[in-house]
Design a protein around this ligand. Structure first.
Ligand code: HEC
Ligand code: HEC
Length: 245
């Protein structure tokens, strides 16, 4: 019996190690940090440093522009990017591989990437799961042990704030574009790790999560035909929840 258990443990252990060392992911991580994918212009990791996080800057091509520049696009985090409903602020890339190809060829001015390069980069990006804070489950619901403010914030997110209609809990995005009065239809961004991804919106126009959440509350209320602003207490609870993602 003891031997069987030991064998089982060894199997699980080896299985775990193999999963952590998927050669595609290892290769993808190296390519991610290598400017050779763009003929030496720049590496993915320059703009998405710290294992796929964002450098919190707004770009046209590979040049940094002022946050809020109408042509600029804010760098999204890649944490959780393996399971977006759609890619790019314009929401025009249904697949991760196609999105990465576009970035290499159009943004980074690199040569057409080999299919193996795209597959390895996509495998690496898919391995970047968001760092969970412990207050929220993977489906977006508050954990039992979460502070009461987080639970109230979730109730506002799915209730009075109307956020959940677009930022569907779990993925916190959706495939259809939405026009929330920011200059046209844009993709609904996923909100995992959102406390760390300022500046916000497609062009990086807002600096704080509070300002962003207030604008979103007012836009959602207006869309629903009942204009309102969040009270100070509602904003505080909503931020407790958003900061837990
Ligand atoms: C010059 C900075 C820069 C570099 C280099 C860069 N990115 Fe990005 N990345 C961005 C910006 C800005 C966006 C948003 C662009 C848009 O949607 O118009 C983005 C978007 C993405 C997205 C879509 C995420 C989402 O939620 O829609 C993925 C995936 C991605 N980048 C992966 C990569 C990979 C892989 C590389 C290297 C091949 C790379 N990026 C290189 C700045 C950069
Ligand atoms: C009608 C759909 C819709 C509703 C309802 C909605 N959002 Fe959004 N949200 C969007 C879209 C679309 C964007 C991107 C707009 C842009 O980039 O210009 C966005 C952007 C955001 C961002 C910026 C994220 C980033 O990475 O830049 C945050 C934070 C946010 N929403 C939170 C909320 C909260 C909190 C609520 C509820 C009070 C809410 N949203 C309600 C569609 C919606």
């Amino acid at each position: 019996m003891r031997i069987v258990k030991a064998a089982l443990l060894a199997f699980v252990f080896v299985g775990g190690v193999q999963a952590a060392e998927d050669p595609q992911v290892t290769r993808g991580r190296a390519l991610f940090a290598d400017a050779k994918v763009s003929a030496g212009n720049i590496a993915c990791a320059n703009c998405h440093p710290n294992n796929g996080h964002t450098d919190n800057k707004t770009y046209v091509g590979i040049g940094v522009v002022a946050d809020g520049d109408a042509q600029g696009r804010s760098t999204p985090t890649l944490w959780g990017a393996g399971r977006r409903s759609v890619y790019g602020w314009a929401g025009n890339a249904p697949m991760l591989e196609g999105n990465i190809r576009g970035i290499i060829v159009n943004r980074m001015k690199g040569a057409e990437p080999a299919p193996e390069t795209l597959a390895a980069l996509a495998a690496y990006v898919r391995s970047l799961t968001p760092p969970l804070t412990g207050n929220v489950e993977e489906d977006g619901t508050p954990a039992d042990k979460a502070p009461a403010a987080v639970k109230r914030g979730f109730a506002l997110f799915t209730g009075a704030g109307g956020c959940g209609a677009c930022h569907v809990p779990g993925s916190f995005d959706k495939a259809q574009l939405e026009d929330v009065g920011t200059g046209g239809p844009f993709k609904v961004p996923a909100l995992w790790a959102v406390s760390q991804t300022a500046p916000y919106f497609h062009d990086g126009r807002t600096k704080t999560l509070e300002e962003t959440a207030r604008l979103m509350w007012e836009a959602a209320a207006k869309k629903n035909g009942k204009p309102s602003s969040p009270t100070a207490a509602q904003m505080s609870d909503l931020l407790s929840y958003l900061n837990s993602l």
